[in-house]
Design a protein around this ligand. Sequence first.
Ligand code: SER
Length: 875
Amino acid sequence: MKTSSEIRSQFLKFFQERQHLIVESAPIIAKDDPTLMFNNSGMAQFKDNFLGIKPPKALRIADTQKCLRASGKHNDLDDVGHDTYHHTMFEMLGNWSFGDYYKTDAIAWAWDLLHNTFGIPKDDIYVTIFGGDEGDNMPEDVDALEEWKKWVDESHILRGSKKDNFWEMGDTGPCGPCSELHVDIRSAEEKAKSPGRDHVNNDHPQVVEIWNLVFMEFNRKADKSLESLPAKNVDTGMGFERLCMALQGKQSNYDTDLFRPYIDFLEKEYGCKYGRTEEESIAMRVVMDHIRSICFCIADGQVPSNGKAGYVVRRILRRASRYGFQFLGRTEPFLYRLVDVLAAIYADVFPEVNAQKAFIKRVIEEEEKSFLRTLERGTRLFDEYVREHQNNVRIIDGQFAFNLYDRFGFPIDLTKVMAKEQGWSVDEDTFEALLKAQRDGGRTAGEVKTGDWVEVQPMNGMPVFTGYETTEGTSQITRYRTLETAKGKVYQVVLDRTPFYAESGGQVGDTGFLRSANETLKVLDTKKENDLIIHFVEELPEIATGEWAAEVDAERRRLIRANHSATHLLHAALRRVLGTHVEQKGSLVSDQILRFDFSHFQKMTDAEITEVERIVNSKIAEGIALSERRNVPISEAKTLGAMMLFGEKYGDAVRVITFDPKYSVELCGGVHVQNTSEIRLFKLVSEGSISTGVRRIEAVTSDGAITYMEQKLAILESLTDLLRNPQDPAKALETLLDANKKLEKDLQKLQAAAVGDLKEGLLARAKSVGNLTLINEVVEVPSDKELKTLAFDLRKGLTNAVIVLGAIFDGKPMLNVVITEDLDAAKTVNAGNLIREIAKEIQGGGGGQSFFASAGGKDAAGIAKAVAKAEVLLG
Ligand code: SER
């Protein structure tokens, strides 16, 4: 049997022999593409090449791409585990032609590889072609049909609709008709019962699509129309796990060597048994599938969190944890132990997991622990709910189920299962309505309508960034478009060359102005879309053509530079002080602040913080000159010991930023100071945890650090003044606080004594009204709490008595009425009724129970009258 590694290598070799450049998988987390959170297909990294915005590295390329389909247009999350051939994370083997070969070769090679090289029998292969679509005014793909006829019997060719045979990346973007290859791996007996073609695209687990050949020749525009791309391209994607299933003679992806090791582990370590029951098998598949998504995302830099992509990772992890909890009896963390199994499977092709194993395990384990606590809390709340609603109709309120889900992260499926176990049901309609309302609410707030590009002049290649050398220059506008957001319209402008830095690598985008002879456009921000540099402007140019002066806000840029270089100095200092397990996990560099997220599991001690600050400031004082090298081959950068981040998309040639080769060497596209002395001062402002295993430092430099220090000093000075300029202000303050604490205690004692005296006096002055004892006075006590305590203390020694106390707190009148237990039992006097009457005198209202009531009011002047009125009413 061929191993999965051999199959992968054979695929790549096949296309290498046909002059394809073999490239690495892009990170699973999509970078610099606002329309995508995760790479969901092999072609995502080539989007700009298809659109003709960026020239491809080679006209023929092939690779294996880590893909995730758990959000957005392509989302299989809810099905995964229930069948044997869908995944959240999967590898997509792909070959691409950028305006080079087209249908003839793409089809011939696909056939050659599957049939001749891999040996899949002719009879087991079915192909589909695009049958045309009236709406898009597209005819049947006759060319593909003719090509297939060269290899396949017509009975094995099917025509498909737009749904199956017109592939689109998203709502907009490159697309085109496609031709799929399906394999029939049913037993001979099954095959005899019905022809394979009846099962193509009909959800049969053993008649599955294996390869999709897309003939990418259109761009779907925002108005839904199709425009021709500059060239006719090929984009193919083959499901690697399914290919392994077919070639390894298995009936399920999970029986291949890509998954079997997890099954063995779960059976050996936890006594699970794959195939014992349907529920157990589904749960094991969920776990096996999800651990892959979780590991690859964390390895590529996305830890579980409440943010967008982080939340998808968190949801996948929680789904796996819940299936483990519910169906595999796993009440302790266990997913993290599968990381070792996964790292071994992918050691040769995706070594990033192996390299970060300890970190990935720790993150998963902590996340599991916290989710298990959530499950416990949710179960407790659920049990309480059921106990309290025993006499009802045995339906769990939809709002309650939604609160469990929304506030406590408790899965609705579990609520349903638990309800069923107790013979209850859940009001799912209400739950769904609430969920929908929440989602719709979220959608309208964040929805953006992106218009199509208006071309001013053709782009000759990608915009040139001149901002490393300068903050000004002259440019031409090449294209612009409109963006409609909930907040209003903004416009995006692309220049042929620009000094504006587009937000990336954590560094914020530049702001400034674009000026022509007649107009000035304010640049609010600059962002990247893949490699396109986009300027956000307030207004559209009236005349877009002609020359424009591009001017970056240079003062803001100066502060950004200082913060960015300080970030590198900080990164190196952290590795020195805390250890080399410190890896950058995120960063923000603006003109105001630098924020640096890094892997580390403990809170930094004060001594560590001081040491880090000391090192960074000493590097600033050393006045180290910047060494900036562009276009360094990536292999050379590696030998220089440059810090590379997992999950970062590096090209073949990189920019290396060095501040002393022995101290800080990083691959970086950002802007930097020429000499560290320009940073002037570094001050760490905060250190804390942002998610499991990831800590965040915020710091200021340059003008910001000086202002920060000045403010702190000003606070210290005013405190010193208030303390009358002691030698040691901290000690003086401590003495003062100690003295204050002692005074407070003394005061409490005195107050207690005063209240005691007051109580004695009140008891002595108690009067008889009819056959009742009445205490009704206005008293002075510190707060309403003492007023109530006093009233209840008085009640203790009395029978058949009513206590009416009034007081004024901060100018506001307050009344308390308390009656003794015997009187309450006799029901002759009601505290609530009494207070309602007397509170009228203070223009107030209030109420309470039969034995105790309180009321506030607006008119403090009436307090004595109110208290006196009780005597009249009871008399
Ligand atoms: N883009 C196509 C797909 O994802 C083929 O690579 O199916």
